[in-house]
Design a protein around this ligand. Sequence first.
Ligand SMILES: *[C@@H]1O[C@H](CO)[C@@H](O)[C@H](O)[C@H]1NC(C)=O
Ligand SMILES: *[C@@H]1O[C@H](CO)[C@@H](O)[C@H](O)[C@H]1NC(C)=O
Ligand SMILES: *[C@@H]1O[C@H](CO)[C@@H](O)[C@H](O)[C@H]1NC(C)=O
Ligand SMILES: *[C@@H]1O[C@H](CO)[C@@H](O)[C@H](O)[C@H]1NC(C)=O
Ligand SMILES: *[C@@H]1O[C@H](CO)[C@@H](O)[C@H](O)[C@H]1NC(C)=O
Ligand SMILES: *[C@@H]1O[C@H](CO)[C@@H](O)[C@H](O)[C@H]1NC(C)=O
Length: 410
Amino acid sequence: MNIRGIVKVRSSLILTVVLLVNILCLMSITMQNMSTWRPRAGAIPTTKPSTMHDSNSNNNNNRYGQASAGAVVESSSKSQPRHSVTTAALNLTLNPAVLRKVNTMHQVLNQSRFADGTVYPAMRIGRYLMVHRELCSHVDRVHLVIIVHTAPANLGRRQRIRETFGKRSLFYPFNIRVAFLLGKTLNTTLERVLWMEHARYNDTVMGDFIDDYHNLTLKGVMGYRWVSQYCSNSEIVLKIDDDVFVNTYKLLYSFLPHMRGKPKSIFCNLWHKNTMPILRQGKWKVDNRLFSKMNTFPYDYCSGFVVLLSTDLMGPMHQAAMTTPFFWIDDVYLFGMLPSVVGGVTFYNYALDKNVALNDQKAINCTVTQGASCAIFGSIIADHNYWRYWQMISNLYVSGDWRVENKLIE
Ligand SMILES: *[C@@H]1O[C@H](CO)[C@@H](O)[C@H](O)[C@H]1NC(C)=O
Ligand SMILES: *[C@@H]1O[C@H](CO)[C@@H](O)[C@H](O)[C@H]1NC(C)=O
Ligand SMILES: *[C@@H]1O[C@H](CO)[C@@H](O)[C@H](O)[C@H]1NC(C)=O
Ligand SMILES: *[C@@H]1O[C@H](CO)[C@@H](O)[C@H](O)[C@H]1NC(C)=O
Ligand SMILES: *[C@@H]1O[C@H](CO)[C@@H](O)[C@H](O)[C@H]1NC(C)=O
Ligand SMILES: *[C@@H]1O[C@H](CO)[C@@H](O)[C@H](O)[C@H]1NC(C)=O
């Protein structure tokens, strides 16, 4: 995250049109629900981080409780321990090596050990405010589940993904699924639109925390939990941000065969430990009290915009987030600290500019010059280049002899 420039949001005409058509469509479909919609009473909800305890006792008066028809609200308590984390519980469940690692993390994060259960992200996600439990359940095997970290306002980006590289019917006989991960918004207008979107597409998953970049770690842990609960029949998990373009054809036909059958594996652009600077200024500024004697992060971790993980890691990563203290830079936490606590994880380096790109011009140039042999399958994309690039990819893969290039190995 910290190495990424802030991608400038440029809304193209076509996106606006898609958006408008979509909103109209949503409105007409959920018009009947509108009559039962009640705006919430208070302007600002309490922002106390909720433990599972809290969220369970709040089940009945949650402001999302009277959701519109079609919306699914559920408690995740069945997969969670009901007690808060105590020293005794941790001492019993963590082996000495893991305990040492976790202790060191508490130290570099300048926290008194086990001070408070809310230090652990898995205890702060709360229950799902929106969830679809059957997204993956209609087929025995899902080949690829894509979890997209998205901000509530980015309706247009979600919609273009649904219509392009996340569209199931384009990739048959492969089964792909897409889930969009969100936090709560305080904007009531937007909140209403999100419920319509959920009722229409049933592919958004919302946790009980405010959507903010300081809370991205919580979103990621929620993603691990959601896949382990509801999509564990997927072979591979792909985590992306909503400003990323994925060449799903390339991924399924060329890369999946190589990722298959490798347990506890992460495939990503890897930053080696003790190489990535800890920034002390700017948007990704880390407080001086954290990692105080260090200039670089002491963990191997991934650039988080495109990361592939074997599905067997989902449960253990979620478990690890119950004992690994919170750090807000999600790439470091989700793809560095958690794997380190889980242990025995193998990283495969899908290197920058070779397999993934931060710059869409690199990805587009690669496709123009190398066609289907271009090995870049994921790139950050500027909004104004999105449809042009999609057109290029879909022309290349829907027709042409690309299958020669991408032999299907089952
Ligand atoms: C847990 O382990 C720590 C040392 O790792 C020890 O200081 C503490 O007393 C133990 N707590 C319990 C309740 O056993
Ligand atoms: C959404 O998914 C749930 C199952 O989790 C299902 O009961 C509901 O009918 C679906 N809604 C729509 C609009 O597809
Ligand atoms: C709330 O969301 C709506 C719809 O996305 C947007 O038009 C509006 O500007 C937002 N309001 C604020 C205060 O951000
Ligand atoms: C993260 O979410 C929690 C729970 O909703 C909230 O209290 C907190 O303010 C959020 N953090 C930020 C930085 O927005
Ligand atoms: C840890 O935090 C405390 C108070 O929050 C502070 O007094 C102390 O100096 C910090 N330690 C370091 C090494 O920054
Ligand atoms: C892409 O190609 C164009 C010309 O074909 C070149 O000017 C540009 O520098 C290239 N961009 C990158 C990022 O490689």
